[in-house]
Ligand binder design. Structure first.
Ligand code: COA
Length: 325
C-alpha cells in the first residue's frame, strides 16, 4: 500500500464582498446579531460565476503550486452541494475547463463534510495504486440555493472554492474517518432537488428547493461530532492532541469551534479560522482555509494537521495528515 501526500493547494473566491450591514438592508438582521452569534463579518457572493468556474480557478492554482500539468491528473473529485447541473457532474465540466484530458471525474455529495469525503475517496484510490495524481476540489455557489428572505440561513453562508493536489508518496495522510446518520436529524439541514411531478400523478407536493435549517439542532450536533471526530482520527495512531500543530475545522460558526476547543481542552490558537471573511462555504471551507494557511507560510514540513468537518445528511469526518511539502 502506498501513502498519499498533499503536494499543492489553491483557492478562489468571487470578488463581490457582502458585509453584515449590507445584508441588514435585505433581511431584518444586524451586524451585531450576526457577528456575536457566528463570528461572520462578511462573505463572498458570486455575480454570475458558477460552481465549476470557481472550482476550475482553485484547481489551476493548486496544480501550479504542485508543479503539475492538468494532463498529469488521473482523478478529479469535486465536493459540492451546489453543482452547475444534475448532468454532467461539475467534475466533468472542470475537466474541460482546465484541460485534464486524462482524468476520471465525478462529484461527491456530503454537504459541508463533502470535502472530507472526497479527499478520503481519493486517498483510497491512490493507496490501492489505481490512480497516481488526484485533484480534489470543494466548490460552492450556495447563493443559488439560498432563501434570501430567510434570515435564519442567508446570513450564514457564502460562495468559494478550495483545491488540493494529491499524489502517491511515502508519508502524508495518517488516518481518515467518515460517518453518516441519515436516520436521526436528516431534516436538520435540507435542500430538495427537483420533485416528482409528472402528468401521471394526481397530486404533487410543492416543496422548497432552498436551504432550510434547524440552527439549534445543528449546533448541538456540530459540537458533539466535531469533538468526537478529532478524537477518532487520533485513535490507534500513537498521536495525542499535544502532537497536533493545527486543526482546520469546517468554518461554520466561531462559537462551535470555541465549544470544541473548551471541551477537548485545545488551545484556540491551534484552530485556523477564516469564517469571519467568508462565512460558511460548505464543501469549500476546509480546502479554502488550508490554502490560506499555506499561503501565509504557517505550515512547516513535518507539522501534523487535522481537518474536521460536519454537515447535512447528517455527515461528519476527519483526516490526520503529516505535512510533507
Ligand atoms: N438576525 C436577527 N435575528 C435572527 C437572525 C438574524 N440573522 N436569525 C435568527 N434570528 C432570530 C430568530 O428568529 C430567533 O428569534 P425568536 O427567539 O424571536 O424566535 C432568534 O434570533 C434565535 O436566537 P438564538 O436562539 O439565540 O440563536 P442561536 O444562538 O441559536 O444562533 C445560529 C442561531 C443559527 C447562529 C446557531 O444556532 C448556529 O450557528 N447553528 C448552527 C448552524 C450551522 O452551522 N449550520 C451549518 C452547518 S454545516
Amino acid at each position: 500500500m502506498k501513502n498519499v501526500e498533499i503536494i499543492g493547494t489553491g483557492s478562489y473566491v468571487p470578488q463581490r464582498i457582502v458585509t453584515n450591514d449590507e445584508l441588514s438592508t435585505i433581511v431584518e438582521t444586524s451586524d451585531e446579531w450576526i457577528s456575536t452569534r457566528t463570528g461572520i463579518s462578511e462573505r463572498r457572493i458570486s455575480l454570475g460565476e458558477n460552481t465549476s468556474d470557481l472550482a476550475a480557478k482553485a484547481a489551476l492554482e493548486a496544480l501550479k503550486s504542485a508543479k503539475l500539468d492538468a494532463k498529469d491528473i488521473d482523478l478529479i473529485i469535486i465536493a459540492t452541494t451546489s453543482p452547475d447541473s444534475y448532468v454532467p457532474s461539475t467534475a466533468c465540466i472542470v475537466q474541460e475547463l482546465i484541460g485534464a484530458t486524462n482524468a476520471v471525474c465525478f462529484d461527491v455529495s456530503a454537504a459541508c463534510t463533502g470535502f472530507i469525503f472526497a479527499l478520503n475517496t481519493a486517498v483510497q484510490y491512490i493507496k490501492t495504486g489505481e490512480y497516481k495524481n488526484a485533484l480534489v476540489v470543494g466548490a460552492e455557489v450556495l447563493s443559488k440555493i439560498m432563501d434570501w428572505k430567510d434570515r435564519n440561513t442567508c446570513v450564514l453562508f457564502g460562495d468559494g472554492s478550495g483545491a488540493m493536489v494529491l499524489r502517491a508518496g511515502e508519508e502524508g495522510i495518517i488516518k481518515t474517518y467518515m460517518a453518516s446518520d441519515g436516520v436521526k436529524g436528516r431534516e436538520f439541514l435540507h435542500c430538495f432537488a427537483a420533485q416528482n411531478k409528472n402528468p401521471f400523478m394526481y397530486n404533487s407536493l410543492d416543496v422548497k428547493d432552498k436551504i432550510t435549517m434547524s440552527g439549534k439542532d445543528v449546533f448541538k450536533f456540530a459540537v458533539k461530532v466535531m469533538a468526537s471526530s478529532i478524537e477518532k482520527v487520533l485513535e490507534t495512531t500513537q498521536n495525542s492532541i499535544e502532537d497536533i500543530d493545527y486543526i482546520v475545522p469546517h468554518q461554520a460558526n466561531i462559537r462551535i469551534i470555541e465549544f470544541v476547543a473548551k471541551k477537548l481542552k485545545i488551545d484556540m490558537n491551534k484552530f485556523f479560522v477564516n469564517l469571519n471573511k467568508y462565512g460558511n462555504t460548505s464543501g469549500a471551507s476546509i480546502p479554502l482555509a488550508l490554502d490560506e494557511m499555506n499561503k501565509q507560510g504557517l505550515l512547516k514540513k513535518g507539522n501534523k494537521v487535522i481537518f474536521v468537518g460536519f454537515g447535512g445528511g447528517l455527515t461528519w469526518g476527519s483526516v490526520l495528515v503529516k505535512w510533507t511539502i
